[in-house]
Design a protein around this ligand. Sequence first.
Ligand code: FES
Length: 89
Amino acid sequence: MKTVNVSICTGTTCYLMGGAHLLTFDEMLDPCTADHVSICGSHCLGLCNDESNGKPPFVKVNDQVISDATLNKVLDKVREEIEEDAHVS
Ligand code: FES
């Protein structure tokens, strides 16, 4: 199974709009899931400058952007990616 990459934007806008809270995401993962997830903080992803991208905070799960990100939204997306991968392989 491949790794799911999670980039949490820690740029000022995202950080102030709830991104700080998202940095606890790793605590939500059970050990088995955590083995397949790579989490990193990222400087401004460049998405906050354009309203068409949605509202901050932004998180990228693999190459997919989550706007107005919450811990549960990110967790759902990560689970979706892991399940998709399990179906393919
Ligand atoms: S501060 Fe997060 S996309 Fe710019």
